[in-house]
Design a protein around this ligand. Structure first.
Ligand SMILES: Nc1ncnc2c1ncn2[C@@H]1O[C@H](COP(=O)(O)OP(=O)(O)OP(=O)(O)O)[C@@H](O)[C@H]1O
Length: 255
């Protein structure tokens, strides 16, 4: 299944937040969306997930989700959003049960996603016993458990320290390499974008418009920290964003 945004625009009251976005999210690819604060990244993600409708244009799903997809459009948020009173496996079984998946089928899925996210030894732990990085692994495991057609990630690593971010990026690359998934990944962090994105969409500040779409051909598993080609890409992205970021910063200060 692919997602497409066609001529998408949006106003909140009199405020125009997004203008004429045309974008496709190809199957099996990670599309990163970067841009200054308030340019509409999270709003676009809500449109893609069907949580909100744009005031103009269309969001379309092309093709059917995989037959075994339990929840075709699934989010991962910055704040993990785990249920504190449920264990790691309890957090995953809760979502599965909510979609009618219980018993042996749920057990099999839980064992699989815990193994894929290196959490098998932590299945009985409570969220409060886990580090931030482990909590986000649980949130990723929970999202993968419903086998989404498109995984919608909103700043998933922003609450983590830089070392933990590196580890989680490695994990995401390993997960994708073993079993490619389709994802839209919103981030402020350009290093994350060049590490994880097959396609990077740079938005201008409000109203968010596409300034440039950067494609990176290098396989994800070859993208190592400090790679000169990736650093060059990152610099290019920063050149595009710098003036917009400065203007957005001033706007916030003046608000
Ligand atoms: N429900 C709402 N009602 C009114 N304005 C909103 C609403 N949601 C978002 N906005 C405004 O729309 C603009 C885009 O917001 P959005 O959260 O999508 O931006 P963003 O690029 O994700 O920002 P950030 O990088 O700071 O998270 C912002 O100016 C925001 O204040």
């Amino acid at each position: 299944m692919e997602l497409r945004l066609e001529g998408v625009s949006h106003h909140y009251g009199d405020v125009e937040v997004i203008r004429d976005i045309n974008l496709s999210i190809p199957k099996g690819r990670i599309v990163c969306i970067v841009g200054p604060s308030g340019c509409g990244k999270s709003t676009l993600l809500r449109f893609l997930g069907g949580l909100e409708r744009p005031t103009g244009g269309q969001v379309t799903q092309v093709g059917a989700p995989p037959e075994d997809s339990i929840n075709p459009l699934t989010y991962v948020f910055q704040d993990f959003a785990l249920l504190p009173w449920r264990t790691v496996e309890g957090n995953i079984s809760f979502i599965l049960s909510d979609h009618g998946v219980r018993g042996a089928r749920a057990e099999k899925i839980i064992a699989d996603v815990l193994a894929r996210t290196k959490l098998s030894d932590f299945r009985k732990a409570l969220p409060k016993q886990l580090s931030g990085g482990m909590k986000q692994r649980v949130a990723i495991a929970r999202a993968l458990a419903v086998n989404p057609a498109v995984l919608l990630m909103d700043e998933p690593l922003s609450a983590l320290d830089s070392q933990t971010r590196e580890l989680l990026m490695d994990d995401l690359v390993t997960l994708w390499t073993r079993q490619p998934f389709t994802s839209v990944y919103v981030t402020h962090n350009l290093a994350e974008a060049v590490r994880l994105g097959h396609r990077i969409v740079v938005l201008s500040r409000r109203p968010g418009q596409i300034r440039e779409v950067v494609e990176i051909d290098m396989p994800l598993e070859d993208r190592t920290l400090g790679d000169p080609e990736l650093e060059r890409m990152q610099k290019h992205l920063w050149t595009l964003m710098r003036a917009e970021a400065e203007a957005a910063d001033m706007e916030l200060v003046n608000d």
